[in-house]
Ligand binder design. Structure first.
Ligand code: ATP
Ligand code: MG
Length: 173
């Protein structure tokens, strides 16, 4: 069977955690999995899922660990360069026979102009047939959605952030 392309997008909470859930389920089925985070600095937050992934044999990588929204001194050119390098690295990872690859928050790289749509679409073209690929992040573009087999848009109805509650350990990281 060909691997599916899944996209989790929208403004509600649950995109990354959905990808985490898929990875855990697939790991239970014996899949070889690589989970790549974009724009997440493991030195800033010890992401709970990363600890579990390592225990259960899921490879975890962090690419482009900082986003200028939180680190305004970073230039757009620098981030673009790092994103392009990430695409090259992902193409190498395509050759490593993973059954499932997760590109967490890659949609943000596109939404915020660090990557061009054609660059991400070309990555999808290069996907090995059998690989299950999952992309997450708000603001997935229309052409990206067209390439997916499965799209879920998670809509916010309420979020504790709206009443000033900051990121909660075990819930958000
Ligand atoms: P999670 O990792 O919990 O599944 P997510 O991947 O859907 O969340 P992102 O868009 O990646 O959410 O946002 C990153 C962080 O912002 C998460 O910690 C999440 O809880 C929080 N968040 C998600 N949706 C909202 C929202 N509508 N308003 C404020 N914060 C949000
Ligand atoms: Mg997320």
């Amino acid at each position: 069977m060909n691997g599916l392309i899944q996209i989790y997008t929208g403004d509600g909470k649950g995109k990354t955690t959905q990808a985490v859930g898929q990875a855990v389920r697939a790991a239970g089925c014996g899949f070889k999995i690589c989970f790549i985070h974009f724009f997440k600095d493991p030195r800033r937050f010890a992401y709970g899922e990363d600890k579990v992934f390592k225990k259960i044999g899921i490879k975890v990588l962090h690419f482009v660990i900082q986003h200028p929204h939180f680190y305004p001194h970073l230039s757009k050119e620098r981030i673009r360069k790092d994103c392009l390098k990430a695409l090259e690295d992902i193409k190498k990872i395509f050759k490593k026979n993973f059954d499932m690859l997760i590109l967490d928050e890659i949609n943000i790289a596109l939404r915020d102009g660090f990557l061009k749509e054609k660059e991400v679409l070309s990555l999808l073209e290069d996907k090995p047939k059998k690989l299950h690929l999952i992309l997450t992040g708000r603001g997935a573009s229309r052409d990206l959605l067209k390439k997916a087999d499965l799209v879920s848009e998670i809509r916010k109805i309420k979020h504790p952030f709206d009443k000033g509650i900051k990121a909660v350990k075990g819930i958000e990281y």
